[in-house]
Design a protein around this ligand. Structure first.
Ligand SMILES: [Zn+2]
Ligand SMILES: [Zn+2]
Length: 369
């Protein structure tokens, strides 16, 4: 499986990766590695480290803030900036490594459910717009509601079309893990390194880093790199549903004016929308609690269910997941927008590194794959 020759599987394109200066992989050769767990097979493990080789940073450097490298505040540290993307940029849709645009096409029911989400949200936006048009609702409130709908739809699209953290065939353990452990998990199906807390998704047919669950409403897995947009979708959908129910409730219980009485088709539209909003607020509330528990304990939904089934919930060594590792550095407006988070250390968050990056950062004597 492994040989001493370096294989560059994918062409470079553009991406943003950040890593605190001085914490990246050092000159190190992973000629092969191996693993053993219930889903894994033993291959072999030899990790050859070039002794005391200093790190050689090959990418562009970018200093953020005025702080030094030892500052504990992530926003004030110096960061190594890597703008090379090891992934494919083909215009093909799918979940395989060669596909440039991530899209799960293996689950038709999931595609239908994801389309239903759009129908429900667009239906709600249309109903609120009609209420505003017929002077039953203030235009300002309708604009605000429709903005929430747009943000929810954008978050849904971002979650659906974002690689949740699929582990590439050529992935290698990150430096800290490689030094600590002598064996590493390998996926029997993907035949690739399996980072800690990752799971193989049989629908996406890939190992997904820090996989929480496969969500049919998103038609995608929820993993390390699309958790932000998933949480935003839940949040905006919850706010939109609560706002609509509040409007209808106030209208029904507290308004005696003639303009508050819905007539004709509006009555039916509002009744259906009330049912949709009640269902979505229940669903998103339970999912938000689920995700919050996962962030606070570091245990995803799948792992939690596994631990519950085996009665090992108390034996957890996982640590809470920091918000920077989900929403990105710099606590500002970007946390609220469904855009790519700028992670403080991409490799640490996804739990694996790429040989191409090790080569760029480690020097010519690095030998991988
Ligand atoms: Zn796998
Ligand atoms: Zn999946």
């Amino acid at each position: 499986m492994m040989n001493e020759e370096t294989i560059d599987r994918t062409p470079p394109s553009i991406s943003l990766r950040k890593r605190p200066r001085g914490t990246g992989p050092q000159s190190q050769a992973h000629s092969s590695w191996a693993a053993q767990d219930e889903n894994s097979e033993i291959i072999s493990l030899i990790t050859n480290s070039a002794e005391n080789s200093p790190p050689k940073w090959r990418g562009r450097s970018l200093i953020i803030g005025g702080g030094g490298g030892n500052n504990d505040d992530p926003d004030e540290r110096e960061y190594y900036y890597d703008d090379t993307n090891e992934y494919s940029f083909d215009c093909s849709f799918g979940t395989e490594e060669k596909d440039g645009i991530w899209m799960n096409r293996n689950d038709p029911p999931g595609t239908i459910l994801a389309a239903f989400v759009w129908v429900f949200i667009l239906y709600s936006a249309m109903t609120i717009s009609l209420l505003a048009q017929s002077k039953h609702l203030s235009s300002l409130l309708a604009y605000f509601y429709n903005t929430i709908c747009v943000l929810a739809l954008a978050s849904h699209a971002k979650t659906m079309f974002t690689d949740p953290g699929a582990v590439p065939q050529c992935a290698v353990p990150i430096d800290a893990v490689a030094r600590q452990m002598e064996t590493h998990s390998m996926c029997r199906i993907c035949k690739s390194f399996k980072p800690p807390c990752s799971h193989h998704c049989r629908i996406c047919n890939r190992c997904v880093s820090r996989m929480d669950h496969h969500c049919p409403w998103m038609n995608n897995c929820i993993g390390a790199t699309n958790l932000k947009s998933f949480i935003l979708f839940l949040g905006y959908t919850w706010i939109g549903s609560a706002l609509a129910l509040m409007i209808f409730g106030c209208n029904y219980f507290f308004c005696n004016k003639e303009s508050c009485e819905f007539t004709g088709v509006l009555v039916q539209l509002v009744r259906i929308m009330t049912v949709i909003c009640v269902a979505s607020i229940l669903f998103t509330s339970s999912m938000l609690m689920n995700v919050t528990y996962g962030l606070m304990t570091g245990i995803g939904t799948i792992d939690r269910l596994k631990k519950k089934a085996t009665n090992t919930t108390g034996n957890s060594a996982e640590e809470p997941i920091s918000l920077e590792d989900v929403f990105g550095m710099k606590r500002n407006i970007t946390w609220l927008l469904p855009i790519e988070p700028m992670l403080p250390d991409y490799d640490r968050v996804v739990g694996f590194s790429m040989p191409q990056r090790l080569l760029r950062e480690g020097g010519e004597n690095t030998s991988v794959c």
